[in-house]
Design a protein around this ligand. Structure first.
Ligand code: FE2
Length: 158
């Protein structure tokens, strides 16, 4: 069952939201320790994990089953989807640590130290940006292609 255009649009919009969150986290990392907005940290400390989980669930529910249709012809697709699921899980775990750190800074308890906090933030948003770039540039075009021709048809005519 191919994905509807509205489903692809929903995932693309979610990716834009994730990248905006990454930009927000980068601004916080750039302003540590004294230039941060504590209220912004508290808001992000509540919103980050749930937003990430919601976005990942949409991908795994709408896109991954469709993309799995390639695996009978391209076994690597199964490995790719497994890797992405693993990245989702590890990003969620990492997000919990980021949330704890943001909450601490938001409440005026700057822990860990600014250098470590900045390192944590950069590791997190750089990983998310790489993940999103792969899904946007490699997977979604494939899913969009499958809207017009099932995997087997595309490969047979190539
Ligand atoms: Fe993802």
């Amino acid at each position: 069952m191919p994905m509807a255009e509205s489903e692809l649009t929903r995932i693309r919009n979610n990716h834009r939201l994730l990248l905006a969150l990454c930009d927000q986290l980068e601004r916080i990392a750039d302003r540590l320790p004294d230039g941060i907005d504590r209220q912004e940290c508290l808001v992000l400390a509540r919103a980050l994990g749930p937003a990430l989980y919601r976005i990942q669930t949409v991908e795994e529910t709408l896109a991954f089953p469709v993309l799995a249709g390639w695996q009978s012809l391209e076994p690597e697709m199964a490995e790719t989807l497994e890797r992405l699921r693993f990245e989702h899980q590890s990003d969620l775990c990492y997000a919990e640590e980021i949330q704890d750190m943001l909450r601490a800074y938001g409440e005026g308890r700057p822990s860990p130290a600014p250098d470590a906090a900045g390192f944590m933030l950069r590791g997190f948003f750089e990983g998310i940006r790489r993940h999103v770039a792969f899904e946007r540039q490699a997977l979604l075009p494939l899913a969009a292609l499958m809207r017009h021709a099932p995997a087997s048809g595309v490969l047979r005519s190539a």
